[in-house]
Design a protein around this ligand. Structure first.
Ligand code: ASP
Ligand code: MG
Length: 405
């Protein structure tokens, strides 16, 4: 007998019919002789709707109340799924994150899981129940307030639970067939990958591939949990995410992200301590910074550009503006319409020249690059958002087009 953790995303539990469908799948897995723990997201667009509702009643809702509100979304789907499963003759019980013993730090809206006390989940499993756990939430043991793990956080709940319970597999059921070489909505020729290494998946998720939350991949890698990303609408195999893959491609996929904005601070003195001051101020306000580029110094002055999530742009701008006099900067400039396109592949390590080649492809299409960042297995370029689709298509055609057979 195996222990299976299954996670169903918002679309998969989007309405009553789909919840019944999920219930059938869970019951099938249970009847095949497995212990089953199910993690659910909020139904459909519930989380977005709740956020929108909050903005209608308050211009500055506190993190605590936002988390109280948003955790309600997952509570609805977990209870409905438990009812639907019981109707099919299988015992099931739902638990909130707090009830399941998912402990976090105190960062409302982006809490980190610090420990999972899985005893209640284990007890229910021992009693023969299917356990449904609300995704995306936990509790801060110090304040006893509920917290949320950040958008897409149900993936992290599922993988962390799988690690704690030493599950045999963590299945992430979603509205796509698996992990693709590029977003199939942009690239008609994109294809599903049978397997992806943890390392590539971590980079793809961080580069904007929305199929899995990056933090969940970190967990999976740390605890060696194989993750199977698959469709909730059919039984076909999806993509396996694991340590070793059969074939290590130079480029595994092209990812893109249009959810960041770029900030440039102009004309700061090229001196020790300037970057520390600027990014210290941003960090103090909880701004997440992704790419950073410091331009060449002319006459002892330089420009510093960085990217932040769109929703942090306002915070970033005011934090940077507050330290402008201290930085002796000339001014600040923001650009919201940017896109980050990235090539990811563990095989890049052994293939020099991929970056040069990528820049050549963008150049051949007349696409200007405004920022570049690299890791050992990823190259990212910031470009004009209006050219994003073209860039992704050109890069996919160059690196990932399959030979006609
Ligand atoms: N419902 C939450 C969100 O939309 C968490 C999740 O779906 O993973 O971000
Ligand atoms: Mg998701």
């Amino acid at each position: 007998m195996s222990l299976v953790v299954q996670k169903y995303g918002g679309t998969s539990v989007g309405d009553a019919g789909r919840i019944s469908n999920v219930a059938r799948r869970v019951v099938e897995t249970r009847k095949a002789g497995n212990d089953v723990v199910v993690v659910v997201s909020a139904m459909g667009q519930t989380t977005d709707e709740l956020i929108e509702l909050a903005t209608q009643v308050s211009s500055r809702p506190t993190g605590r109340e936002m988390d109280m509100l948003l955790t309600a979304g997952e509570r609805i789907s977990m209870a409905l799924l438990a009812m639907a499963i019981r109707d099919l003759g299988v015992e099931a019980a739902s638990l909130t994150g707090s009830q399941a013993g998912i402990l976090t730090d105190s960062t409302h809206g982006g809490a980190r899981i610090t420990a999972i006390k899985g005893d209640r989940v284990r007890q229910y499993l021992d009693d023969g129940l299917v356990v449904i756990v609300a995704g995306f939430q936990g509790v801060d043991p110090a304040s006893r307030d509920v917290t949320t793990l950040g958008r897409g956080g149900s993936d992290a709940t599922a993988v962390a639970l799988a690690a704690t319970l030493r599950a045999d597999v963590c299945e992430i059921f979603t509205d796509v067939d698996g992990v693709y070489t590029a977003d199939p909505r942009l690239v008609a020729d994109a294809y599903k990958l049978d397997e992806v290494s943890y390392e590539d998946m971590l980079e793809l998720a961080g580069a904007g591939a929305g199929v899995l939350m990056a933090r969940s991949v970190e967990f999976a890698r740390r605890f060696g949990i194989p993750v199977h990303v698959r469709s909730s609408f059919h039984d076909g195999p999806g993509t396996w995410i694991k340590e070793e893959v059969m074939e290590e491609a130079v480029v595994t996929g092209v990812a893109h992200d249009t959810t960041e904005a770029k900030v440039t601070v102009h004309g700061v003195p090229d001196q020790p301590g300037i970057a520390a001051k600027l990014f210290g101020a941003l960090a103090a306000d909880g701004v997440i910074v992704d790419m950073i580029v410091q331009n060449v110094s002319t006459a002892g002055h330089t420009d510093i550009s960085f990217t932040v999530p769109d929703e942090h742009l306002e915070k970033a701008q005011s934090a940077a503006e507050a330290v402008l006099p201290e930085l002796q900067a000339n001014g600040i400039d923001v650009e919201a319409n940017i896109a980050k396109v990235s090539l990811v592949g563990t095989g890049m390590r052994n293939h020099p020249g991929v970056a040069a080649d990528m820049f050549a492809v963008l150049a051949a299409n007349g696409i200007n690059i405004s920022m570049i960042s690299t890791s050992a297995v990823r190259i990212s370029c910031v470009i004009d958002a209006a050219r994003c689709t073209e860039a992704v298509q050109a890069l996919h055609a160059h690196y990932l087009e399959k030979e006609p057979v």
